[in-house]
Design a protein around this ligand. Structure first.
Ligand code: MG
Length: 391
């Protein structure tokens, strides 16, 4: 039996690489559902190649274009995020690759969890915004969550060596992003094209900016807290510019297990799709002699305040992760439109976090209303900053 896969966000970076893994193993996987936000042309092309039963274009204004292009292919076309939430629950879906960008991934991922699907989770914002709720639902509905984020896939792989023994620490590696060696003043004036040049990983725009601010690493700490039920004190971030060690797990006897490989997201994707098996992959393999050495540094919390904000959100608990994520999402979008400066991103996130949005025991409804309220608040901050910059 082939594993039948739904790819949410199939036209994004993770979605395209997921399809490349599927392309290499047509005997093991088949695509049941593809969804895209606005990239209609690529969605149509992917649908023609992988012949899914259903596709969804989230932007309803593009429905006509997609439906017309696929009308002779026997593929059903739907529009809107509601259709994504419906179709992921279908009996003919086994694995849901949650690779939408940002908070928008929460609703369909929750729907898939409630339908008991295997979740290959790339959308870390789902856990940042609603970790306690998502994990409780996953347990209740027996929906396994397999991490696709490279660090968490690495930890997951290392934990297979635990054999029930206590884990004392998770070491999450960080490349440090494009500004690792820059001073604060230079970073402050960084343009988006500089921030979008990630040294090791080829990713979408939002996560690449998050990597430059190190908010991404902060989100990964929160993600690890929920996926592996570890307290923040037992999660360590270490800068490792080569991105060869994807993360590590430490045990009581001081032994540390690391997972390594060339930076290529198709490796963690195939591990989540095929788990517990490993599949041959046409990626670059490690050459240790050529690497020569690996280096490690403590993260600079002054230059990258976003990382500290994530630890702060984790300590506060409740809906603080949701607040942080919502403010960051708006700020990053504004930075990508050249409306605000680089450090405005973490300033906006910080202001939102110290605002009056806190709810100690949020329900799902609270999470959605927090997201809306904080997004509106952050949008106001963006407007203020932008008008100040124009003067
Ligand atoms: Mg990562």
């Amino acid at each position: 039996m082939k594993r039948r896969i739904a790819v949410l966000g199939s036209t994004g970076s993770i979605g395209r690489q997921t399809l490349d893994v599927v392309r290499q193993h047509p005997d093991l996987f088949e695509i049941e559902l593809l969804t895209a936000n606005r990239s209609s042309e690529l969605l149509i092309q992917q649908a023609r190649e992988f012949d899914p039963a259903n596709v969804v274009i989230c932007d309803e204004s593009l429905y006509g274009e997609v439906a017309e292009a696929l009308q002779d292919e026997g593929i059903k076309v739907f529009a809107g995020i509601g259709s994504v939430c419906d179709l992921v629950t279908s009996d003919s879906v086994d694995v849901v690759v949650a690779s939408m960008v940002g908070f928008s991934g929460l609703a369909p991922t929750m729907a898939a969890i409630r339908a008991g699907k295997v979740i290959a989770l790339a959308n870390k914002e789902t856990l940042v915004a609603a970790g306690s709720i998502v994990m409780a639902e996953a347990e209740k509905y027996h929906a396994p969550i397999l991490p696709v984020d490279s660090e968490h896939s690495a930890i997951f792989q290392c934990l297979l060596a635990a054999q029930g023994n206590a884990v004392t620490k998770l070491h999450i590696t960080a490349s440090g992003g494009p500004f690792r060696t820059w001073d604060r003043e230079k970073i402050a004036s960084a343009t988006k094209s500089m921030a979008l040049k990630h040294p090791n990983w080829n990713m979408g725009a939002k996560i690449t900016i998050d990597s430059a601010t190190m908010m991404n690493k902060g989100f990964e700490v929160i993600e690890a807290r929920w996926l592996f039920d570890m307290g923040a004190k037992n999660i360590n971030v270490v800068v490792h510019p080569e991105s060869i060690i994807h993360s590590m797990v430490e045990f009581e006897d001081g032994a540390v297990i690391a997972q390594m490989g060339c930076p290529d997201m198709r490796e963690p994707i195939q591990f989540a799709l095929a788990f517990p098996e490993r599949l041959p992959l046409n990626n670059k393999k490690l050459d240790f002699a050529q690497l020569g050495s690996l280096s490690f540094f403590a993260p600079d919390m002054e230059k990258f305040p976003a990382l500290g904000l994530a630890f702060e959100a984790l300590e506060r608990g409740g809906n603080a992760g949701c607040v942080l994520n919502a403010a960051n999402e708006v700020a990053v979008a504004a930075y990508l439109q050249d409306r605000i400066g680089f450090y405005d991103i973490s300033d906006i996130a910080s202001e939102a976090l110290s605002g009056s949005f806190f709810v100690a025991n949020p329900t799902v409804d609270d999470i959605f209303s927090t997201n809306d309220a904080v997004a509106a608040y952050a949008a106001e901050l963006v407007n203020k900053i932008e008008s100040r910059r124009r003067i």
